[in-house]
Write a protein that binds this ligand. Structure first.
Ligand SMILES: [Zn+2]
Length: 107
């Protein structure tokens, strides 16, 4: 396991099972920011092929004639679901595929 304290915190059962959705969202944001700092993220096509669901914005970019830079951009960084999920415990996010939606089942 990584020595990174955020990775350890996110992997702990305390956080994954009982943590408030806002905390989970903030931890996810920090982890993805750190991942971006270490290199380009997996492209949208590769992410989709690996079985991950894309959000509506990522789907649009995936089918658009966009360059690889746009395909590996983290859309959740500017997605308003992130801003809502980091601030509200039952954030009104209704579209599937956004990782912040999966944290909404928390407290
Ligand atoms: Zn998103």
């Amino acid at each position: 396991m990584s020595d990174d304290p955020f990775v350890k915190l996110a992997a702990s059962s305390e956080v994954s099972g009982k943590a408030p959705s806002r905390l989970k969202s903030r931890i996810f944001s920090v982890l993805t920011r750190r991942q971006e700092e270490s290199g380009p993220l997996l492209g949208l096509r590769e992410t989709s092929r690996a079985g991950s669901q894309l959000c509506v914005f990522e789907q649009l970019v995936r089918i658009a004639p966009a360059g690889e830079t746009l395909h590996s951009f983290n859309y959740c960084r500017i997605c308003h679901a992130r801003a809502l999920a980091e601030r509200f415990k039952a954030a009104p996010i209704w579209w599937p595929g956004c990782p912040y939606v999966m944290f909404q089942g928390g407290k």
